[in-house]
Write a protein that binds this ligand. Sequence first.
Ligand SMILES: Nc1ncnc2c1ncn2[C@@H]1O[C@H](COP(=O)(O)OP(=O)(O)OP(=O)(O)O)[C@@H](O)[C@H]1O
Ligand SMILES: [Mg+2]
Length: 328
Amino acid sequence: MNDTLHPQVSPPAAAADEVLSASGLRKRFGTREAVRGVSLSLRRGEILGLLGPNGAGKSTTVAMLCGLLRPDAGTVQVLGQPIGADADPRKARIGLVPQELALYEVLSARQNLEAFGRLYGLGGGLLAGRIERALALSGLQERARDRVDGFSGGMKRRLNIACALLHEPDIVVLDEPTVGIDPQSRNAIFDTLEQLRDQGRALIYTTHYMEEAQRLCERLVIMDHGEVIAQGRLRELLAGLAGACVLRLQWAAAPGAELEARLRALAGVQALQRLDERTLRLTLAGAEHLAPTCAALGALGLPLQGLQTEEASVEQLFLALTGRQLRD
Ligand SMILES: Nc1ncnc2c1ncn2[C@@H]1O[C@H](COP(=O)(O)OP(=O)(O)OP(=O)(O)O)[C@@H](O)[C@H]1O
Ligand SMILES: [Mg+2]
């Protein structure tokens, strides 16, 4: 961990518009500690990004936030009260879009919405109206009568989201809702989520795609190995990298492992990433390392074809915090 970044690992004091908070959540499966002391807070009118690589503990955290999994330690508060047993009405204020699609494949889109609506205790004209809105929201009006097993991945994802919104929850928790879909469906989903945020709902958006988190979320909770390694406003987190200087280096021929090792050994090199065969990204701890690095690059004996500076991103933040890429 790079302590020059000063990641804020404790959540800020409860804000008046806080709708959900978790404190010290822990969960163990056998000998594996999936979640090791996660604290976070969610406010009305925001999309909070829960970001981390595969196995970081995101889904386990989400299951505890929604009251589906009992934590070994720690508490979850929804609308100011601890989340309780199965029949706790506060759970109905949450809509969960699970990572694994939860749809009845042999039923039509409309029948799926009906089934989920009834699970939430909706019926009659109220349910009929909500179903029409859900079909419009998910862009599935034309396919309402078609069976789900004939849908594309993107259509299933959109329907999965619509099912979780039928009861108009205040809190919407989405667990990797865009895995395996086309950019058009992704944009449609983002538009829907931004609308929900603008209506004053609170959203948690779980992903391992840092570009998505960067585009959609003003605040981020970054997890790794079951722990929160940084949290805060996106721009503040990236400002922690402000001193860092990111270079994209392109060579005419592929740089070998030996050259990579020599680059890593240069003073001020915080991280090195291979982007493709001939391109590396070098993160320097500060601009003062720029001139000596350029001089050293000249002495390496392999002529550079291009050198660009880049804006710091969530990807670099994760790399600087853990020394690893998010998609290892
Ligand atoms: N029911 C379970 N039984 C045993 N181990 C589990 C169970 N659920 C999760 N784990 C383990 O806990 C760790 C965290 O898993 P989790 O699903 O929460 O991660 P994740 O961040 O959601 O990952 P992904 O991005 O792959 O969805 C993993 O090592 C996983 O194997
Ligand atoms: Mg998961």
